[in-house]
Design a binder for this molecule. Structure first.
Ligand code: ZN
Length: 150
């Protein structure tokens, strides 16, 4: 993977190798399985939501370095956030990754997620990075679901 420059690549490789919050959650209030046939990524997201706050989040599955790192980093930023805050973060992340490569990105709103900003230059990889987020939104919306990215 020579697509990313130094530091960002390191962060992504680290999360791929040592994914955070990885495994199954027994008592999930919401879950969804996301599938990106283009790359073969299959990521399952588990949530425990109480009073509109994400109390706990885990993920499981197989995928390329970008989808796994994206899921791992996502789980580290979600805990304690309200559903409204999660929606806002999803919108910012999605907007950044689907923007044109010459458009400026407001990384202050992205926090740790800014490591994926460079992915927008590789359209085939955008679905890998956004899969965990689409799966998260699917889980929040339908509680138990399967999502196939088209
Ligand atoms: Zn992928």
């Amino acid at each position: 993977m020579d697509e990313f420059d130094g530091l960002y690549q390191e962060v992504i490789l680290d999360h791929n190798k040592n994914p955070r919050n990885f495994g199954r959650m027994e008592l999930a209030s919401h879950k969804a399985l996301g599938h990106n046939p283009l790359c073969g990524d299959q990521i399952e997201i588990y949530l425990y939501v109480e009073n509109n706050i994400i109390k706990d989040v885990m993920f499981n599955g197989v995928g390329c370095a970008i989808s796994k790192a994206s899921a791992s980093i996502m789980t580290t930023v979600l805990k304690g956030k309200s559903i409204d805050e999660v929606n806002e973060l999803f919108n910012e992340f999605h907007k950044a990754l689907t923007s044109r490569p010459d458009e400026p990105i407001d990384t202050s709103k992205l926090g740790k997620l800014a490591v994926f900003a460079g992915v927008r230059e590789f359209p085939v990889r955008v679905k890998c990075a956004t899969l965990p987020w689409h799966t998260l939104m699917e889980a929040l919306e339908k509680k138990d679901s399967i999502l196939k990215m088209e």
